[in-house]
Design a protein around this ligand. Structure first.
Ligand code: ADP
Ligand code: ADP
Length: 228
């Protein structure tokens, strides 16, 4: 579903963030990208929705070379969740969740009905939380709204950059569990960036272990943990 072919990204200042990267993620697979800060994880992910353009190499999503796909059309197929969720402060939780489908041209009523389903799926009762504003939620709840919003338009691919990074360890574990349950139900193709090896092991079907600009190991959690 996602395929990198010899992808290199050099920033204008000369930094090589990603160096000749090739890997493949199967449909419905959840791959965690793990490694220390600055090793190229975020750059890798942001090239998938063309927020960053590679310097060389090719990236395919669903078989299609994304260099030829209009970025707006591409992003319709790709949900995106980041640590600072960036909810609209003056819109309710329901309208925040509905915002991506509305952007994509769905009728407002249909988008809202879909948003309510997704809030339910991420464990927020839409009747209780839908009418609230982001500032009335805890950090963990806001993070869930971010996930609901990213999934609302039902994209086949989901990109997540430290999605559970901003919450305390107990809430984090709870969110991870809920996310795993949800992923079992919806089976998206997911790239999830984390610097936390435990999180990578817990969530990943496979793990991409980064060194500087490269993937040093790409394997199942068992194999990664078992290696010297
Ligand atoms: P990670 O997500 O693993 O922390 P990044 O992909 O954010 O790593 O960054 C990889 C490397 O590219 C780092 O050395 C970082 O400083 C550099 N980098 C990231 N963004 C830019 C940019 N816009 N301009 C120059 N260098 C950048
Ligand atoms: P604004 O119009 O206020 O600048 P945007 O329309 O750029 O806001 O996006 C609002 C939020 O929705 C952003 O946080 C962005 O990450 C997210 N978003 C926008 N378009 C998409 C999309 N196609 N898929 C996933 N998330 C999106």
């Amino acid at each position: 579903m996602i395929r990198f072919e010899h992808v290199t990204k050099r920033y204008p200042d000369g930094t090589t963030a990603v160096d000749d990267l090739s890997f493949e993620v199967a449909e419905g697979e959840l791959v965690t990208l793990v490694g220390p800060s600055g090793c190229g994880k975020t750059t890798t992910m942001m090239m998938v929705n063309r927020l960053i353009e590679p310097t060389s190499g090719r990236i395919r999503v669903g078989g299609e070379d994304i260099a030829g796909v209009d970025p707006v059309r591409l992003r319709r197929r790709i949900g995106y969740v980041i640590q600072q969720v960036g909810l609209f402060p003056h819109r309710t939780v329901l309208d925040n969740t509905a915002s991506v489908p509305v952007l994509l041209g769905w009728k407002r009523a249909k988008a809202r009905a879909r948003a309510a389903e997704l809030l339910d799926l991420v464990g927020l009762d839409p009747k209780t939380y839908g009418p609230r504003y982001p500032e009335q939620l805890s950090g963990g709840q806001r993070q869930r709204v971010g996930v609901a919003r990213a999934l609302a338009a039902d994209p086949p691919v989901l990109l997540m950059d430290e999605p559970f990074g901003a919450v305390d360890p107990v809430v984090r574990e709870q969110l991870q569990d809920e996310f795993l349950r949800m992923q079992a139900a919806v089976r998206k193709t997911v790239l999830l960036v984390t610097h936390d090896i435990e999180e990578a092991v817990r969530l990943g079907d496979r793990i991409a272990v980064y060194g500087q600009g490269r993937i040093e190991q790409f394997d199942t959690p068992g194999a990664v943990l078992g290696s010297p």
